[in-house]
Write a protein that binds this ligand. Structure first.
Ligand code: NAP
Ligand code: ZN
Length: 347
């Protein structure tokens, strides 16, 4: 065991602060990583504040990790000391259920191990995330990261990137499709970049008028303010796909009405409270309302390679570890452009 520096939340209503954490000695299949950058996802806030329930305190958030390999176990063949690597939202899974065998570890039927606030496969040890100086992860859940793009900007791809890439790929978004992205935050800005890179005509649906210029710069072809009812009415029956990244409760019915016949609305945002959906909005137009959880390891590697090839990374604001509480507050007010990333040297 080695003791590493971390930042933890000890209670739902308390700010995060310094914490010491024991990481396991790398086993035969393990990779030890010195963390360089850690992105700040809204899920970190939901969890630190116990908004979904089930937070095990102290919790060390962080699942958008980029770093360098410092040690490898005797059976590790994929990585060597000094390699640039990434770790995303989960660090282990059963490995033998149908979904794991199908490279869909995020849907492991026996319960995958999330990067933080989750039980390891021994069902005893609790996982701690990327707001820490080092992490030890079994090699099958470590990603190769190209040095082509700035690494701080690559970190958010490990969650915001794969979470938006996976449904766009799954539903075959391509040229000729009209895609709406709801909410211009961490996930939303990656959805705009990736959907437009796939050739789709992208409309940004936002409640924030000041984000219009940025949406265009990110690749959106159109922008509509969701607070203007006339805009929403004018967009009825328009989109093939809607990617909904909003973190707080909102009326799904308003957005379902914007789908064309056979259109698909993909929920990515996880508001803590449930919402009502009218059957009428699904039946008329044979529309689908679906959800999607991050992406499997193989697909995450594919996404990282795709982004390196297409020169896609996140727009970020680099912060020091002790600015995390301010970053949480700013994220909650929508004042994030478009992902906070922690420089882990500052821990
Ligand atoms: P974020 O950076 O805070 O962005 C969320 C955006 O939603 C905001 O920028 C804002 O955009 C909009 N929004 C926020 N509150 C709103 C409200 N009350 N009413 C209307 N719009 C609101 O968050 P994020 O990191 O992208 O995460 C978004 C959500 O996805 C979170 O719930 C997170 O837990 C979830 N998530 C899911 C997965 C998955 O696998 N499905 C993975 C990662 C994260 P505008 O100002 O443009 O309206
Ligand atoms: Zn995330």
């Amino acid at each position: 065991m080695s003791e590493v520096k971390a930042y933890a939340a000890h209670k739902a209503d308390q700010p995060l602060g310094p914490f010491k954490l024991d990481r396991r000695e790398p086993g035969a299949d393990d990779v030890e990583i010195k963390i360089l950058y850690s992105g700040v996802c809204h899920s970190d806030i939901h969890t630190a504040r116990n908004e979904w329930g089930g937070t095990m305190y102290p919790v060390v958030p962080g699942h958008e990790i980029v770093g360098k390999v410092t040690r490898v176990g005797s059976s590790v063949s994929k990585f060597k000391v000094g390699d640039t690597v990434g770790v995303g939202c989960f660090v282990d899974s059963c490995g033998h259920c149908n979904n794991c065998k199908d490279h869909q570890e995020q849907y492991c039927e026996n319960g995958h191990t999330q990067t933080y606030n989750s039980y390891s496969q021994d069902r005893k040890t609790i996982s701690y995330g990327g707001y820490s100086s080092h992490i030890v992860v079994t090699q099958g859940f470590v990603l190769s990261v190209s040095d082509k793009l700035p690494l701080a900007n690559v970190a958010p791809l490990l969650c915001a990137g794969i979470t938006t890439y996976s449904p766009l790929k799954h539903w075959g978004v391509k040229k000729g499709h009209k895609v709406a992205v709801v909410g211009l935050g961490g996930l939303g800005h990656m959805a705009v970049k990736i959907a437009s890179s796939m050739g789709a005509e992208v409309t940004m649906l936002s409640r924030s008028p000041e984000k219009e210029k940025d949406a265009t710069a990110l690749g959106a072809h159109h922008f509509a303010l969701t607070t203007e009812k006339a805009n929403m009415k004018a967009l009825a029956n328009t989109f093939d796909f809607i990617i909904d990244t909003v973190s707080a409760q909102h009326d799904y019915n308003e957005y379902l009405a914007l789908l064309r016949t056979n259109g698909v609305m993909v929920l990515l945002g996880v508001p803590p409270t449930p919402s009502e959906v009218s059957a009428v909005n699904l039946i008329f137009g044979r529309r689908s309302l679906v959800g999607s959880l991050v992406g499997g390891i193989k697909e995450t590697q594919e996404m990282l390679d795709y982004c390196a090839e297409h020169n896609i990374s996140a727009d970020i604001e680099l912060i020091k570890m002790d600015q995390i509480n301010e970053a949480f507050e700013r994220t909650l007010t929508g004042d994030v452009h478009y992902r906070f990333v922690i420089d882990m040297e500052s821990i």
